[in-house]
Design a protein around this ligand. Structure first.
Ligand SMILES: [Zn+2]
Ligand SMILES: [Zn+2]
Length: 146
């Protein structure tokens, strides 16, 4: 069992297992919503996720559509501001903010994505694959790995 919580501990959740992919997203919206160089998103199945506490604290913001659906949606704790997981009603898979996890999820990052929108002050120095938007779309279309 993998557990996680926000900064204030008001929002708590557990995941029986993480299935991946584990992606580090450098897009401008992820950078702004996190205030950091990238967002670390770990893929989990909706059926493996359970919110333990804090549903009443969760707020969401949907950014205006840039190009095509789905819109960029960020959910956060209304008390401490941490990003929090919020499974979409119609999806059987979604990504949780990996920084919230208390322990080791047993997965390691698979790749950097949206690297063409990366912050100029951050240099990627690891050996992970680096995908730009077009390459990511092609990968998703293949259906090989979500
Ligand atoms: Zn909180
Ligand atoms: Zn992103």
């Amino acid at each position: 069992m993998i557990t996680g919580q926000c900064l204030c501990g008001g929002v708590r959740f557990e995941v029986t297992q993480a299935v991946g992919p584990f992606e580090l997203c450098h897009c401008s919206r992820c950078r702004k919503s996190s205030g950091s160089a990238f967002v670390a998103g770990l893929g989990v199945r909706t059926q493996d996720f359970r919110l333990r506490a804090g549903a009443e604290l969760i707020r969401s913001y949907e950014a205006p559509l840039l190009e095509c659906p789905p819109p960029y949606l960020v959910s956060f704790c209304g008390r401490c501001g941490s990003p929090v997981p919020n499974p979409p009603a119609d999806a059987d898979w979604f990504e949780i903010p990996a920084g919230l996890l208390d322990g080791d999820p047993g997965q390691r990052p698979d790749r950097h994505i949206f690297v063409e929108r990366k912050s100029p002050w951050f240099e990627i120095t690891d050996e992970l694959h680096q995908l730009d938007k077009e390459e990511l779309i092609a990968l998703r279309r293949e259906g090989a790995d979500l």
